[in-house]
Design a protein. Structure first.
Length: 435
């Protein structure tokens, strides 16, 4: 039974084998492809030497260049408070914003002025007394001269016995009395300078008291020293304030400053490019160097908002934490052109990016930073269109560009894209003609 079942399977099996042989014999041979060399497509650019300006970026916070802290220098009740003296309001220079009760200070000034008037009158009296004394002294000196002459005559007559001794004694007493009068008048004149010096000291003290009283009176009126924007106000009308009490704090609006932290590696290069004959720290040399550096301030939260600034100084010492160089940038008229929200004023506590640009130096080859691989290798497309790997020295990197000091020549065709795998001799086809 099993034998006949296997016999019945032979005809279909034979037919299948015959069909397979026929299909294999009549099938077309497999298509053959040409073996072409592998190539890569990449963007390229011609290396070109051009003057390069060093650029350094840093970040900092804005603060006002001028700040005002009004402190009461006299005590008293606040009798006037400007209606615009509120936080955020702009107040022009010379505006009276507060006034303290001045009655007691006006009274003190009047008292001092009265004392000074009395002392000045006393001075005129002393001057007149001196003049009167000199006149009387002149008369008494003439009388004394006559008495001296008469005494000499009487003494001669007494010696001759012509006049009695009593007459000589009488003339002697008269002459001595005149001598005493003249001496007293001379003593009085000698004391005039002493009296005048004492009076001058009293007048000087009175004038100092007057100046102090006038100053106290001026201090009752508090005016803005420059155009400002009010910060905090610590006093209300009718409130009693004591000397030394804080009244108002405000910031000037004429200029803003930013203390930006700059990289210690790149900032010296910027200063060196700005210095024509070495970096000196004298006032004149420093100002000339800083004037050659341009500054741009950009709001970090809105990069479209940009202000032009000035590098005005480099602070003393490095930042102890970041080990960076703190530099101060000034922006004039930070409120000009403000049109919120499209254009904001540059106000304190804004976080900004500062870009410092120095003058252009000698021409050097500059490539996009992405064209430098591993920090020191550049891919080139040689004259035969093949990949060449060239070692270079990068002087510095800034703004997404690498400045090459050695290893490239002008005209070399540099590959911008990354090629994987990068095999020397690989054929490279430029995606577009190199510029």
């Amino acid at each position: 039974m099993r034998f006949w079942r296997m016999v019945r399977l032979l005809p279909p099996l034979a037919i299948g084998i015959a069909a397979a042989v026929w299909l294999v014999s009549t099938a077309a041979p497999p298509a053959q492809t040409d073996q072409r060399e592998r190539e890569a497509v990449a963007r390229t650019v011609r290396a070109e030497a051009k003057p390069i300006a060093p650029v350094v970026r840093g970040y900092g916070t804005v603060h006002a260049a001028q700040s005002w802290q009004a402190v009461a220098e006299v005590a008293g009740a606040v009798t006037y408070r400007h209606p615009e003296l509120e936080s955020g309001n702009m107040i022009p220079e010379g505006t009276r914003v507060l006034e303290i009760d001045a009655n007691r200070y006006e009274t003190s000034l009047q008292e001092v002025q009265a004392d000074l008037t009395a002392l000045e009158a006393e001075g005129r009296q002393i001057a007149q007394e001196a003049e009167n004394t000199r006149l009387i002294l002149g008369i008494e000196q003439d009388r004394l001269a006559l008495a001296e002459s008469e005494l000499a005559r009487v003494r001669t007559l007494a010696e001759q016995g012509t006049v009695p001794q009593a007459r000589l004694d009488e003339q002697t007493r008269a002459t001595l009395a005149l001598r005493r009068t003249v001496q007293e008048l001379e003593n009085t004149l000698a004391l005039i300078p002493v009296r005048r010096a004492r009076l001058d000291a009293q007048i000087a003290r009175a004038r100092a008291a007057q100046a102090r009283a006038e100053r106290d009176l001026r201090m009752t009126r508090i005016e803005t020293p420059f155009d400002l924007r009010v910060g905090d106000v610590h006093v209300e009308q009718h409130q009693f304030v004591t000397a030394g009490q804080s009244l108002v704090s405000a910031d000037g609006v004429a200029q803003a400053e930013i203390v930006a932290q700059m990289s210690l590696d790149s900032f010296p290069r910027l200063m060196g490019a700005a210095a024509t004959d070495g970096v000196r720290f004298g006032a004149r040399e420093r100002d000339a160097i800083l004037d050659r550096i341009t500054a741009q301030v950009r709001l970090v939260s809105d990069p479209d908002q940009v202000w032009r600034g000035r590098l005005i100084r480099v602070e003393n010492g490095l930042d102890p934490q970041a080990r960076s160089v703190p530099v101060v940038i000034a922006v004039d008229a930070p409120y000009d052109g403000a049109n919120p929200p499209a254009r904001l004023p540059l106000v304190p506590n804004m976080y900004v990016e500062v870009t410092l640009t120095g003058p252009e130096g000698a021409p050097m080859i500059v490539l996009p930073a992405q064209a430098v691989h591993g920090g020191d290798t550049v891919y080139l497309r040689d004259a035969e269109g093949r990949l060449e790997m060239r070692d270079v020295i990068v002087a510095w990197t800034q703004a997404g560009e690498s400045v090459i000091s050695e290893g490239l020549d002008a005209g070399d065709e540099v590959i911008l894209d990354d090629i994987v795998p990068a095999l020397p001799g690989l054929r490279v086809r430029a995606a577009e003609p190199a510029e």
